[in-house]
Design a protein around this ligand. Sequence first.
Ligand SMILES: CC(C)(COP(=O)(O)OP(=O)(O)OC[C@H]1O[C@@H](n2cnc3c(N)ncnc32)[C@H](O)[C@@H]1OP(=O)(O)O)[C@@H](O)C(=O)NCCC(=O)NCCS
Length: 141
Amino acid sequence: MDWVFDQDGVDWEELSNLYGIAPLGEKSAADLAVVFTNSMFKCFVYEGGRLIGAGRAVADGRDCAYLCDIAIHPDHQGRGLGQAVVERLKALAAGHRKIILYANPGREGFYRRLGFRRMLTAMAIFRDEAHALRTGLVAED
Ligand SMILES: CC(C)(COP(=O)(O)OP(=O)(O)OC[C@H]1O[C@@H](n2cnc3c(N)ncnc32)[C@H](O)[C@@H]1OP(=O)(O)O)[C@@H](O)C(=O)NCCC(=O)NCCS
């Protein structure tokens, strides 16, 4: 297994396919190139030259790091890889005062065992608010 922490040589179409199949939603190759380029930390896991896991963190270098887009190919889920990706990103972001994320509904337990605690005052504006409401990411009130 190869762990890569820069995006040189990343096939954005392959990454887009990984998110589609994981599943973590539809993310275009072009958008992924932008968001990963603008992320301070990134992690890619390869096996036999095939991309099987990824994640990234948007960070400001001092105060806040935001983990997102963590996904493992279904053929490789349940082998500790998701946990390892988060641990690697946590280590890269270790100097920050806070490392935050929001979990997809049902994934909270995965992050809780990795040391994340529920934020009591987190709030968000989603461009697609109806979808965020429907999928349980935000509350009406
Ligand atoms: C969530 C995801 C990244 C986890 O990766 P993974 O490689 O399957 O998880 P791991 O094997 O590293 O699991 C680590 C531990 O967390 C546990 N765990 C996994 N999913 C969990 C969940 N939803 N709730 C609670 N615990 C969970 C595992 O049982 C394991 O526990 P163990 O160490 O006692 O065996 C992966 O399932 C995935 O890509 N899902 C689709 C995309 C997604 O939802 N990404 C996260 C967005 S918030």
